[in-house]
Design a protein around this ligand. Structure first.
Ligand SMILES: [Fe+2]
Length: 287
C-alpha cells in the first residue's frame, strides 16, 4: 500500500490496484477546511472508495461533512428518511427496543447496484457510517467499473458503444424480492435510460454503468438485454475488481457512484445488530 500526503491535509494510503484508500490525519466531526475538501475530492477521484477510520460523526456532523461536496438529495423511499434531517437516510435490522428483527431491511442493498441510477441525475458520492456494525458478515463490497470496462476485449467493448440501459426502481424492487414500489415512488422515479458505458467527467475514463437498477437495454428484446447486463455484471464482479470492506466501529465510507457498484454481504439478521446511516450528494446526467 502506497502512502502519500495530499496538500498537507490528509494521509492517503492506497489499497490494492489503487482501488480504495484509507484516509488518515483528519477529524471529520471537527469540521473540514476547504483545502481538506479539495484533498478528499482528489483522493476519491483517484481511488473511487475512501475509508475514514475512528470518526465520531453524529447525524448533524455527518450531514455537514457530506454537504461539503454538493447539495444532498433525499431518498424516494420516504420511510427510511431521518425525521429531523430528511435528506439523510437510516435503516437497520433493529426493532423499537433495539433487538434484531431477523430481517435485513432494504434487500436491494444485498445485490450489486450503483446508488439511484433509476433517476435522471443519479447519485455522485455516497457517505455512509454504521452506528451498529455486524461482527460477522455485513461487509460492503465495491467493484471497480473502470478496470472492469478496461479489461473487456476490444471487440466486446466496441459492441457496447451507443447502447443505453433502462434503469427502473419498480423493476429493481421486484428483482431483489423487496416490497413492491409504491404508486408515489413509481411516479417519483419512472424508468430512465443511461449510457451503458459512461465517461467519468473528472478523469475522462470510461466505465460500465450497470447494476440491479438496470433492467434491460433500450431497443433490444428484453431477455437479450437482461442477459447482456447479467453477463457484464458477472465480468465486473470478479475478485480482481473488488474491494471488500470489513466494518469496524466508527468507520465512515465514501464512494464515487459513477465508477463503482456495491453490495452488502449477508449476515445473521436474527443475531447481529446492523444499522447504517447515509448521505448522498446529487450527481449529473451520465454521458
Ligand atoms: Fe447503495
Amino acid at each position: 500500500m502506497a502512502n502519500s500526503k495530499v496538500a498537507g491535509q490528509i494521509d492517503v494510503t492506497a489499497k490494492a490496484n489503487d482501488f480504495g484508500a484509507e484516509i488518515g490525519g483528519i477529524d471529520l466531526a471537527a469540521g473540514v477546511s476547504e483545502a481538506a475538501v479539495k484533498a478528499i475530492h482528489a483522493a476519491i477521484i483517484g481511488h473511487k472508495v475512501l475509508v475514514f477510520r475512528d470518526q465520531q460523526l453524529d447525524d448533524e456532523s455527518h450531514f455537514a461533512f457530506a454537504e461539503c461536496f454538493g447539495p444532498l438529495e433525499g431518498h424516494i423511499n420516504v420511510s427510511t428518511r431521518l425525521e429531523n434531517l430528511p435528506k439523510m437516510q437510516s435503516f437497520g435490522n433493529l426493532d423499537a427496543t433495539g433487538k434484531p428483527t431477523g430481517v435485513h431491511p432494504e434487500g436491494g442493498t444485498l445485490v450489486w447496484h450503483t446508488d439511484k441510477s433509476y433517476v435522471a441525475r443519479p447519485s455522485l458520492f455516497t457517505i455512509l457510517r454504521s452506528p451498529f456494525v455486524a461482527k460477522e458478515g455485513g461487509e460492503t463490497c465495491f467493484a471497480d467499473m473502470q478496470r472492469a470496462y478496461e479489461s473487456l476485449d476490444a471487440a466486446r467493448a466496441e459492441r457496447l458503444q451507443g447502447l443505453r440501459a433502462v434503469h427502473d426502481w419498480k423493476r429493481s424492487r421486484e428483482k431483489s424480492d423487496e416490497r413492491a414500489a409504491t404508486a408515489a415512488e413509481i411516479a417519483a422515479a419512472p424508468p430512465v435510460d443511461h449510457p451503458l458505458v459512461r465517461t467519468h467527467p473528472d478523469t475522462g475514463a470510461r466505465t460500465l454503468y450497470i447494476g440491479n437498477h438496470a433492467s434491460h437495454i433500450l431497443g433490444q428484446e428484453r431477455a437479450e438485454g437482461e442477459a447482456l447486463l447479467a453477463d457484464l455484471e458477472r465480468h465486473a464482479t470478479q475478485d480482481q475488481f473488488i474491494y471488500r470492506h470489513s466494518w469496524r466501529d466508527n468507520d465512515v465510507l465514501m464512494w464515487d457512484n459513477r465508477c463503482t457498484i456495491h453490495c452488502v454481504m449477508p449476515y445473521d439478521a436474527a443475531r447481529e445488530r446492523r444499522v447504517v446511516c447515509r448521505a448522498v450528494v446529487q450527481g449529473d446526467r451520465p454521458v
